[in-house]
Design a protein around this ligand. Structure first.
Ligand code: C2E
Ligand code: MG
Ligand code: MG
Length: 674
């Protein structure tokens, strides 16, 4: 998509109103200017006899707009135009029409310089023409006339300048209201507040220029020097202001600068119904570079990275160093970004080559977090926080980049509320809310039910059934997880005992979380509970996921070993989806592998998945551990698994997870049917 300047586009919601407004302003401007010209008349003596001083003034006004000063501090208008000085001076010296010609000419030059669209250019010329009409009316009302450097005229020129400023700010405010909404008076007031000092300075210079113009053309030429000094001062002030948004070490934007860039892009994206992407990159082990090679080298690394990011086709329209070893990027669809992940890939690609400083080659690596407007947040703070959370998640997963997802956010208000409600539900012993469903596991060669997996179900009083993965992700980072697991173990063991008592020789598989496996008291708790319910430890199967093993592996491995020593079965859940399945198989006393449903469900249609499932079954055989397939949804898959020698399976083909009573009924039916 080609780069689009916002001021050149019509608002998406009411384009008709926008163009209608511009047309109306243009018609008003032409009418008003014609009426004023009719009364004010052409320059005294005709156009051919205007003195050279006029042409010089006009030329300088146009020249002033060849390099417009971008004034960051001015809200809504980033341009501090100097032509106003020349226009006011022309008006009081040679009359309305010459001033209008100079003003319109300067605005056309400015429009070309800042790439305005024709519509926008027409609007600017028209609204300024109306402002000039207002200035002329005030000037005539106070007795104006041809400039004679009198005190009443001096006051008159200030009054005319004020009329010009108030009218043009009102017109800008009207335009803002049409584009963004909000109240007209608020915009007009904001505009006046930010512009009045500049306009006052310009008005104050106008009488000096007028006096010069009435005397001789060379005084006009000489007065250009102080006028352009004022222009330089403005430029320097604008540069200073821009520096306040920059990181002094790398020259990139700082956090404040990024915030402004993100806010501008988000406003543009909202108006056009497009997206904008905020990315945060955090370098890995940067502290090691600082401590091993010194802070100077660390600084040089950051500067080199900043240069790489800013080099050709930068991976962001605005790039910032956010302090330390963190960088921020924003890029929007309007800038030509179509795929946020592609941007993240581009950022990462710039870290690929090592950085060489004083002949030392330094490898840098980092993780990127991505948040996309408007889905992942609608203001800077939310987008930035979410990009940061996604970046943390990226680090945890050892991934290059990760897009934000609500489940990464353990502290969102919704999560905290859910956690509070869950805690209250668990505080009450035996309260309904938290419960288990059971999904049968079936031996493939005999069709016999060997046991069930216990799956958490939480019925929230307002939200209804909450997805167990969301509950685990929420609880896992708090002490609620321990309470939850204790409840799950209690319910599961109680059910296991009742199956025993009913004469069913079943096993129970229970899922455990990372936090459980890291906790030193967990083994003692299980030992005590197994004894209390009087069940056989070998009938309890613990399902451990690979992500659980990634976190603090040594502690987890010790705990798993102790649990295996108790006689419990250890099942490696979601096998194949983690990073180091093989390594875990070697290190852990695993008795069973559960092939993840993503491979099993599509086994018949996807050759790659079929190969993975087949090899996993083969691996289980070689290592002498049982293999259970989860996610068996149809007979074809069941048959294939049986043919390959898979021991057991679970899935909707047999039964969906069921309440305890439904499970018992289903079990009785299954037995009768065999
Ligand atoms: P999991 O342990 O891999 O559980 C299997 C998930 O697959 C269950 O989702 C189950 O309902 C679903 N499933 C079973 N058969 C089929 C099928 O044929 N097709 C498809 N598409 N899906 C099937 P559920 O119950 O939503 O549980 C999601 C995850 O939540 C579990 O994955 C487990 O990691 C976690 N979880 C559930 N209960 C507990 C618990 O008590 N404690 C802990 N720590 N985690 C739990
Ligand atoms: Mg499981
Ligand atoms: Mg699983």
């Amino acid at each position: 998509m080609a780069t689009t300047l916002m001021r050149n586009t019509a608002p998406r919601e009411h384009p008709g109103r926008y163009y209608g407004f511009i047309a109306a302003v243009a018609v008003c401007a032409v009418t008003a200017a014609t009426a004023v010209t009719a009364t004010a008349g052409a320059p005294a003596g005709g156009w051919l006899n205007v003195p050279f001083a006029f042409w010089l003034t006009a030329g300088l006004a146009l020249a002033a707009e060849l390099r417009p000063t971008r004034w960051g501090g001015l809200w809504m208008s980033p341009i501090a135009s100097i032509f106003v000085v020349y226009v006011l001076a022309t008006m009081v010296t040679w009359g309305f029409l010459p001033a209008l010609v100079v003003q319109s000419g300067a605005l056309v030059v400015l429009g070309i310089q800042i790439s305005s669209s024709v519509w926008r250019g027409v609007y600017n010329v028209s609204q300024m023409a109306l402002a000039l009409c207002a200035a002329w009316l005030v000037w005539s009302a106070v007795g104006g006339g041809v400039w004679e450097s009198s005190v009443p005229q001096l006051l008159g020129i200030f009054a005319a300048g004020a009329a010009w400023t108030v009218t043009s700010s009102s017109m800008v405010a009207l335009m803002m209201r049409l584009r963004v909404g909000g109240t007209w008076s608020e915009y007009a007031w904001q505009w006046l507040k930010s512009e009045w000092a500049l306009r006052l300075t310009q008005t104050a210079i106008a009488p000096i220029l007028a006096t010069a113009a009435m005397t001789s053309w060379w005084l006009v030429a000489a007065s250009a020097i102080p006028i352009f000094s004022v222009y330089r001062i403005l430029q320097t002030a604008a540069e200073r202001e821009r520096e306040a948004d920059r990181d002094p070490l790398t020259g990139l934007l700082n956090r404040k600068g990024l915030q402004q860039a993100v806010e501008a892009k988000a406003t543009d994206a909202a108006e056009t119904g497009t997206t904008a992407t905020v990315m945060v990159l955090d370098l890995d082990r940067f502290a090691d570079i600082n401590s091993a090679l010194g802070h100077d080298v660390g600084d040089q690394v950051l500067v080199e990275l900043a240069d790489r990011f800013a080099a050709d086709k930068p991976p962001g329209k605005a790039i910032a160093r956010l302090g330390g070893d963190e960088f921020g990027f924003v890029w929007s669809e309007l800038d030509g970004m179509t795929d946020p992940l592609e941007c993240a890939r581009e950022i990462r690609a710039r870290l690929d080559k090592p950085i060489v400083i004083d002949e030392v080659s330094i490898e840098v690596d980092g993780s990127v977090g991505i948040a996309v407007f408007p889905k992942d947040g609608e203001d800077f703070h939310t987008l930035f926080r979410h990009a940061d959370i996604a970046m943390d998640e990226s680090k945890k997963r050892a991934a290059s980049f990760t897009r934000y997802a609500p489940e990464f956010d353990h502290h969102s208000p919704e999560r905290l509320m859910l956690l509070g409600d869950l805690r209250r539900a668990l505080d009450e012993p035996g309260a309904p809310g938290v419960n288990l469903y059971y999904q049968p596991q079936v031996c493939l060669s005999t069709d016999e039910v060997i046991g069930a997996e216990a799956l958490l179900r939480y019925h929230h009083p307002v939200r209804g059934m909450v997805n167990p993965s969301e509950i685990i992700a929420t609880a896992e980072h708090s002490s609620v997880m321990r309470m939850l697991t204790e409840r799950v173990v209690d319910i599961a063991l109680c059910r296991l005992r009742s199956w025993n008592e009913a004469g069913y020789n079943l096993r129970m598989a229970v899922n455990v979380s990372v936090r459980d496996l890291q906790s030193p008291g967990f083994t003692d708790f299980l030992t005590e509970r197994i004894a209390a319910y009087g069940v056989d430890a070998s009938k309890l199967q613990l399902e451990i996921t690979e992500s659980a093993l990634m976190a603090d592996p040594r502690r987890v491995v010790d705990n798993v070993q102790r649990l295996a020593d108790l006689g419990l079965g250890i099942s490696l859940d979601d096998f194949g989806t983690g990073f180091s399945s093989m390594q875990h198989l070697r290190r852990l006393p695993v008795t069973e592998i559960k092939i993840d449903k993503t491979f099993v469900t599509t086994l018949v249609d996807c050759q790659d998945n079929a190969a993975i499932v087949f090899s996993t079954i083969d691996l289980g055989r070689a290592l002498d551990v049982a293999v259970v397939a989860e996610g068996v949804e149809d007979e074809k898959v069941r048959k294939q698994l049986e043919g390959w020698g898979c021991h057991a399976a679970q899935g909707w083909h047999f039964a969906k997870p069921m309440s305890a009573d439904d499970f018992d009924r289903w079990l009785a039916g299954h037995r009768r049917g065999r």
